[in-house]
Design a binder for this molecule. Sequence first.
Ligand SMILES: C[S@@+](CC[C@H](N)C(=O)[O-])C[C@H]1O[C@@H](n2cnc3c(N)ncnc32)[C@H](O)[C@@H]1O
Length: 241
Amino acid sequence: MIWPEVTGKVLEIGPGFAESLRFLKHTTTNDGSYVVDPHVINSYTALEPNKFLYGNLDKNAHSNGFSVEYDDKTNPECKPKSNTSAGANAVPFKIVCGTLDKFENIPQAILDGAPYDTILTSFVLCTAKDPKSTVDNIIKLLKPGGAYVFIEHVRQPPPGDVHVVEDNNVDAVFWGKVQDWINPLWSIIGHGCCVTRNTGETIFKAQGWMSVDYKSVRPVIDLQSRIMPLSFGKAIKARED
Ligand SMILES: C[S@@+](CC[C@H](N)C(=O)[O-])C[C@H]1O[C@@H](n2cnc3c(N)ncnc32)[C@H](O)[C@@H]1O
């Protein structure tokens, strides 16, 4: 699977270890390295609040062919760990510390880099302190016609929800109640992760999109997938008139 929608100047919110990088379009260079395609991705900014994740984030970015740098305002103490072999054409990858929860707290480096062609979240809005405000800020930072690409775990969509493409006869009402029941403990264990958010709907209802196309699935694999059904898709920011 690749994410063909992820192109141009990219901002990823909450990349963690940047597992998402392997889903970007890659290419093979003359020396045989398999790297992110510089004709598809021009630059990548990773906005990650948890500095304990930077070691693996840096390593992962480097092994996907990026040239890593740190924002000197939010990460003055950090130095790239692994840039020695990044080629001259390597795509820049900037690690910035922060979140999009409140517009006034968005790091200057993120504002300076705007507008972005693509903004990406993968399993982040479950933890964001203010998911609605995060989505509103994503819209502000996108260029008109730019894409927000997301995959998030969500509250069981209600029976008959038109976005559900894989239903598997899961009892959505029952499992929704289970989600309500376990959420307080889950949030403590999962560092603020909530399993009861209607994230697809939050994105869908935000003001400023030209289109929102998302699907939800209730996979039947194990208990975790009952508690974490998925919504994923793409929203395009409205163009200016
Ligand atoms: C479950 S992990 C997902 C990591 C990665 N996106 C993935 O799919 O593997 C959640 C990530 O969101 C980050 N995070 C937590 N709160 C956040 C917030 N308010 N804004 C942005 N990122 C946040 C965490 O530090 C962590 O890296």
